[in-house]
Design a protein around this ligand. Structure first.
Ligand SMILES: Nc1ncnc2c1ncn2[C@@H]1O[C@H](COP(=O)(O)OP(=O)(O)O)[C@@H](O)[C@H]1O
Ligand SMILES: [Mg+2]
Length: 298
């Protein structure tokens, strides 16, 4: 359904022309219907850049992104609108998606103008109620309120409901539960699980390994814009092979382990040596690791 083929993104940085930062380097993967793919990496590893390129908020510098076989860089006007009827994103900070001076229902009004102008008010209200029900929200509790009167969890669920109204096929979820309380997190995770069951493809972007492990079918570990390991989630987590993945997994405190027993995680592979060379090698079925030669870096 969604396919990234050797995607790169360079940012111009610094004043007076400055230099270039290769934020995403040769990233390829696919998301199928009903599949949750997690993109895991530390802050600054390029996760959001990938999400934004998929959502066409940023252009790819090299490589291509296609949806149902069609290159999304070429989409314009009506076709782009159609793309957004299939692919939507929800981001980390729900407050940034709302204008504080408008009530929460404004995000739906704008959607109605864009996509449902021919739909009668009663039909629209029924649709709206149904999508709010799907995310366990009561219209009366949320629609007439200003963003500051709602919790982060409610705002996030409203944004998911908005995406669901469009009957999307792919959701780019960029750290959507990082800012939520533990109990609300579980609600949103369960909701994503349900949506997956109905065929929604999800790119689940997170810096939290345990969330990735919990929710995803496939996992990609991103470091300095490069995928260092990817494959079936069980394979990557049960048998991590790249030194970086191993060090990340060793840094996760276990629920039943006392602090004193933890010690320091093993040191990370050389941070200066950004992996520019090498290639992903399939070491077992559906488990790819960036080849050792690339570890030499520059
Ligand atoms: N608009 C931008 N201009 C220049 N550099 C950027 C821009 N956006 C992100 N970056 C840089 O690109 C890298 C990846 O950023 P990002 O994709 O936001 O990472 P993540 O979401 O994994 O934290 C970081 O080094 C970041 O500073
Ligand atoms: Mg980010």
């Amino acid at each position: 359904m969604l396919k990234l083929d050797a995607c790169c993104k360079t940012y111009r940085v610094g004043a007076f022309g400055g230099g270039e930062l290769l934020a995403v380097n040769d990233v390829s993967f696919e998301v199928a219907p009903g599949e949750v793919v997690s993109l895991i990496g530390e802050s600054g590893s390029g996760k959001s850049t990938i999400g934004k390129m998929i959502l066409r908020l940023l252009r790819v510098s090299r490589g291509a992104i296609s949806f149902e076989g069609e290159d999304i860089s070429a989409l314009e006007g009506r076709q782009l609108k159609e793309y957004y009827a299939n692919v939507q994103g929800v981001f980390q900070d729900p407050f940034s998606s709302y204008n504080p001076i408008f009530k929460a229902d404004r995000v739906f009004t704008m959607l109605r103008h864009a996509y449902f102008s021919g739909v009668s008010t009663s039909e629209w209200n029924a649709k709206l109620e149904r999508s709010l029900d799907e995310v366990s929200l009561n219209p009366g509790d949320v629609l007439g309120k200003y963003p500051h009167q709602l919790s982060g969890g409610q705002l996030q669920r409203l944004l998911i409901a908005r995406a669901l109204l469009l009957d999307i096929r792919l959701l780019v979820a960029d750290e959507i539960i990082s800012m939520l309380d533990a109990s609300t997190r579980i609600d949103v995770l369960n909701l994503l699980g349900e949506l997956k069951g109905r065929g929604l493809g999800i790119l689940f972007i997170t810096h939290d390994l345990s969330l990735g492990n919990y929710i995803s079918d496939r996992t990609m570990i991103l470091r300095h814009g490069r995928v260092v390991e990817m494959g079936a989630t069980t394979r990557v987590f049960d048998n991590p092979l790249h030194p970086y993945t191993k060090s990340l997994l060793a840094s996760v405190p276990q629920l039943h382990t006392k602090w004193v027993a933890l010690g320091h995680p093993p040191s990370r592979p050389e941070d200066e040596g950004v992996e520019t060379g090498g290639a992903l090698v399939e070491v077992e079925e559906d488990h790819f690791v960036l080849s050792a030669t690339s570890e030499v870096g520059r």
